[in-house]
Design a binder for this molecule. Structure first.
Ligand code: ADP
Ligand code: MG
Length: 481
């Protein structure tokens, strides 16, 4: 009997507030080291934490978007451990009364029913600083940067509902797009504003769940997939050879593509959690929750349904376009100009996403702006350019950062007019009498050859429909004659 993998994720998401969770120190990624660390961040004596209201608002918004119950009473606890990036010797987190519990996210694959992945809890906590290990004057030295200490985090914990690395990947993608659509975080794995730990175990179906191993240090989507797959294989081979899995925390090494033991698993008791006496237990009123619910933007799954309903797009298109809020916004702006949702969708998913990927740039920095794409499609639909030319114009737009009209002018792209086209067809028929004869004797396929020649003669600027009509006209006159 085969082993079944079981996966649960713990995701940290850094909230995009102006100031930290418990004080007015600003936080931004990439600032010079230790310039954003005032007395509260440093844990100096006599300083007291005060909860940033914006953090609570964003946290509740995330809780609602993930279909959680929002607690009426919640509190903060101290989680104790020593590390040089943690000045107070404890992290302010939430232990037994998280502000949100019992939610779910629906993950959707093409032509399949959406699957619910349960969210066990979400809690608010402060981030730690960062250690930088380096080599300096023949010595190994470590630096500490406390800028990030006290930055606001949400920790989102799933139930062990996932079964494959692919589903874990899809869950994270879906979560990221929800968070981004709420505008509460950049949710960027590379910059650390989205971090994921994966808990992995294997068991035989119908038997109790196996012992889990927690994988840390997953800082890209690829790492999440590779590390989970590696760990599944590792555990299966341990069990197959008669051994047993030890509950532990491991680190993923993306270069070596393997995990390395960090520690055998600590228990919650080890952290000596207790309620933080500096922060009172507090109430979240239902009215406050409702006021936040009213300001919630459209979520990706709602957007997906709307694209199918209002723009008549196939499900596949709607999934691709709504995976990323920036892409969705681009698409919606472009159709303001093109007035053609399906064609715009095709261009975005078949052309633009590929170019962005190849050039490794974001859609917001793409020289072919939504307006330019929309106008390009409009020109195409008006018959001012052909599909083939449109692709060339598109390439020039992003290479040269010009409008479609400017490119058409510059390269003299214009559709061949009717009279010109008749002359070209006449010429092609003259030049290839053999092929014409074959068509007349029923070899319809050869028509494609003639079309190709006509396109060559016209630099691809002949409208295909017109070419087709004129060929038929010419052929029938030959048949009669
Ligand atoms: P604890 O309370 O010991 O921290 P939790 O039950 O909160 O553990 O689970 C922590 C994470 O581990 C969650 O993401 C959960 O889904 C996952 N998890 C729990 N049990 C397993 C298991 N047997 N296999 C894989 N993941 C698991
Ligand atoms: Mg935590």
């Amino acid at each position: 009997m085969d082993y079944e993998p079981v996966i649960g994720l713990e995701v940290h998401c850094q909230l995009k507030t102006k100031t930290k969770i418990f004080c007015s120190d600003p936080y931004e990624f990439g600032a010079p080291a230790n310039t954003l660390a005032g007395p509260v961040t440093l844990g100096l004596p006599g300083c007291l934490p005060v909860l940033n209201e914006k953090v609570l608002e964003m946290a509740i918004m995330a809780g609602l978007a993930l279909n959680c119950k929002i607690a009426k009473i919640t509190k903060f606890d101290r989680k104790h451990y020593f590390y040089p990036d943690l000045p107070k010797g404890y992290q302010i987190s939430q232990y037994d009364q998280p502000y949100a519990i019992d939610g779910y996210i629906e993950i959707k694959k093409l032509n399949q029913e959406a699957v619910k992945v349960r969210i066990k809890r979400i809690h608010m906590e402060e981030d730690a600083g960062k250690l930088l290990h380096s080599y300096h004057s023949n010595e190994t030295v470590s630096f500490v940067d406390l800028n990030r200490a006290g930055a606001p985090l949400l920790e989102i914990v799933t139930e062990p509902d996932l079964r494959t690395s692919e589903d874990a990947w899809l869950f994270l993608q879906t979560l990221r797009s929800i968070i981004r659509s709420l505008g509460i975080s950049d949710a960027n794995m590379e910059e650390g504003s989205l971090r994921c730990d994966a808990n992995v175990s294997v068991h035989k179906p119908n038997e109790p769940l196996g012992t889990r191993v927690e994988i840390k240090n997953l800082n890209s989507f690829k790492a999440v997939r590779n590390a989970i797959d590696y760990e599944i294989e590792r555990q299966i081979s341990i069990l197959e050879s008669g051994g047993s899995v030890i509950q532990s925390t491991v680190l993923w090494d993306a270069d070596k593509k393997q995990t390395r033991l960090m520690r055998t698993k600590e228990d919650a008791e080890d952290y000596r959690y207790f309620p933080d006496p500096d922060l009172p237990v507090f109430e979240i009123s239902p009215a406050f929750v409702e006021s936040i619910r009213k300001t919630m933007p459209e979520l990706p799954n709602q957007k997906r349904e709307r694209y199918i309903r209002d723009y008549n797009l196939p499900e596949y298109d709607a999934i691709v376009l709504t995976r990323d809020t920036d892409i969705a916004n681009y698409f919606e702006e472009a159709i303001q100009y093109s007035n053609d949702p399906k064609k715009t969708s095709n261009w975005v998913k078949d052309e633009i996403l590929g170019v962005l990927n190849k050039k490794d740039i974001s859609i917001n920095n793409f020289p072919c702006t939504p307006k330019r794409l929309g106008n390009l499609i409009k020109l195409l639909n008006q018959g001012k350019i052909t599909q083939r030319i449109a692709k060339q114009v598109f390439e020039h737009i992003y290479e040269e950062d010009l409008d479609p009209e400017q490119i058409i002018e510059k390269y003299d792209y214009k559709p061949v007019d009717y009279n010109q086209l008749e002359a070209v067809i006449e010429k092609v028929f003259q030049s290839f009498p053999e092929q014409v004869q074959q068509i007349l004797t029923g070899k319809d396929k050869v028509k494609g050859f003639l079309v190709g020649q006509i396109m060559k003669e016209t630099r691809g600027q002949a409208p295909p429909e017109e070419v087709h009509n004129l060929i038929e006209k010419k052929l029938s006159s030959l048949k009669k004659g």
